[in-house]
Design a protein around this ligand. Structure first.
Ligand SMILES: NC(=O)c1ccc[n+]([C@@H]2O[C@H](COP(=O)([O-])OP(=O)(O)OC[C@H]3O[C@@H](n4cnc5c(N)ncnc54)[C@H](O)[C@@H]3O)[C@@H](O)[C@H]2O)c1
Length: 268
């Protein structure tokens, strides 16, 4: 292989990236893809053993490098401390990918304060805290940056069992649009991915359904995906999109909700 073709394969060489929720699912696929593309990555998650194992596997596939740090993204002081530690390890920060998120499903009339707070603390407050911490590091560098949040088709349509989750992802969409306008003039672009990808969260959600609920979900969501009629694969269908959004090739995309879902959602 020539030096030139080797270079071409490294789409993220020199990029310094924090990935939240890196221990499993889409976060795992993202951490591994970024290290394969030559990036330096700090993966954070609450699941320490899984998070460390993902980083070890990613490092075995160098040329990039990865480090794991345990973090609950809903705690401001912890986010600020861990992001400072990450930026020191990375030598700065170019990209934040805020994948960490949680799902609680129940009829709206049964929602209690604890369930509401749990979902909003991680999905909404965690998005604000991680985005603020990333901006605080990126802005003084003066070299711009990219922030990628995680919304959902659930934030665009009614969800009979998932109204807290749907409301939280709607908030992520609005936040993303607002900060994209506020931080665009600083050279920092902010977008949200709306995925439909087979992960532990997806499996857990299916397992929690009654046979009747599963039948409706299969018809309205799984079989309704125009490309293939099934959830996407984290490595094949999702990770390449994450590489694009971390790369300079996406530098003129800002404030958008991007479905990676085989055509299930239509964003206007
Ligand atoms: N799977 C899908 O099809 C789908 C659809 C729409 C949106 N999403 C969103 O995509 C993102 C990734 O989903 P996934 O399916 O890979 O989920 P997952 O549950 O498989 O993985 C999420 C990861 O986030 C971590 N996490 C949760 N709370 C955290 C916290 N407070 N601090 C740090 N880490 C925390 C978990 O430990 C886990 O490793 C989530 O934001 C989810 O809401 C997923």
């Amino acid at each position: 292989m020539t030096e030139r073709s080797e270079k071409k394969k490294m789409q993220l060489e020199g990029k310094r990236i924090i990935v939240t929720g890196g221990a499993q699912g889409m976060g795992e696929a993202t951490v591994k893809a970024y290290v394969r593309e030559g990036a330096s990555v700090v993966s954070v998650d609450m699941l320490e053993d899984l998070g460390q194992a993902v980083v070890d596997e990613a490092n075995a596939e160098a040329p990039g490098k990865a480090k794991f740090i345990k973090l609950d993204i809903s705690k401001r002081a912890d986010v600020e401390r861990v992001f400072a530690e990450a930026a020191e390890f990375l030598g700065g920060l170019d990209v934040l990918v805020n994948i960490a998120g949680v799902l609680r499903a129940m009829p709206p009339e049964e929602i209690d304060d604890a369930s509401w707070d749990f979902v909003f603390d991680v999905n909404v407050k965690g998005t604000m805290l991680t985005n603020q911490a990333a901006f605080a590091i990126m802005d003084p560098q003066g070299t711009g940056g990219a922030i990628i949040n995680f919304g959902s088709v659930s934030g665009l349509r009614p969800e009979v069992r998932g109204s807290i989750y749907s409301a939280s992802k709607g908030a992520v969409h609005s936040w993303t649009r607002s900060v994209a306008s506020a931080w665009g003039p600083h050279g920092i672009r902010v977008n949200a991915i709306l995925p439909i990808i087979a992960t532990p969260m997806y499996e857990k959600n299916l397992a929690s359904m009654t046979p009747e609920e599963l039948e409706v979900y299969t018809k309205n969501t799984i079989k309704a995906i125009p490309l293939g009629g099934k959830y996407g694969d984290p490595d094949k269908d999702f990770a390449p999109v994450m590489v694009f959004f971390a790369s300079d090739a996406s530098h003129f995309i800002n404030g958008q909700l991007i479905p990676v879902d085989g055509g299930l959602a239509n964003v206007r």
